[in-house]
Write a protein that binds this ligand. Sequence first.
Ligand SMILES: [Zn+2]
Length: 239
Amino acid sequence: MVRFTLFGVPVEIQPWFWLATAYFSGGLFSATPEAMQYVLIFVLAATISILVHEFGHALTGRRLGGGYATIQLWALGGLATNHGGRFTRSGRFWMIAAGPGAGFLLGGLIFVILVSMFGVHDAATFAGFSLFGITDSAVSSETMEFIQNRPPLMSLLNSMLWINFWWGILNLLPILPLDGGQIAQLFVTPQKRAFQISVATAVAAAILGFVWRDSTYTIFFFGYLAWKNYQAMKEYHWQ
Ligand SMILES: [Zn+2]
């Protein structure tokens, strides 16, 4: 367990966070030290990116009257919690939106760094390949040489870009307790509807994610959320 305080916010990082992230990077079982280096780079990028996302929630929440904020990183991502305050409806909305917002800003900053290094065309080509696997256009030979000569640096930029974009998109899905689910909860009545939407979206995401990325992590992540929401839905029914 790692604990520290930053900007007055106590942060706790559980070992499971790093294990799950290393597993997700796909290289955990690689035997060579060189491959392990890329696992470490991905874990570093994920730690920074998810902390920035959570600090978006925590600092905005504190500013909007949510009270004392804490952050926890655990197996399935991050959690920012406000204690002792009270949000207005719009305050709660902006506190939730600030998490993905902070991540998209950091992803945008990485893109600006890429533009300053390679120019707009090559930066866009790099980002298109990194985020969507687009291979339609090629980077210049100087850019390619730079990329090939600095694998750790480019791996870090690639991971930062990918994680900040996709973690933001994933969190905006209407699945509780993800940000999108919490936003949906602000707008739907009765509350049970938010759990039903969560179960349906999580099941669809588990299937799509597995088909698209062939990722067991995706199955576990969305499967767990579908199950938790199904439980919550049933309990709600009995109340
Ligand atoms: Zn969030």
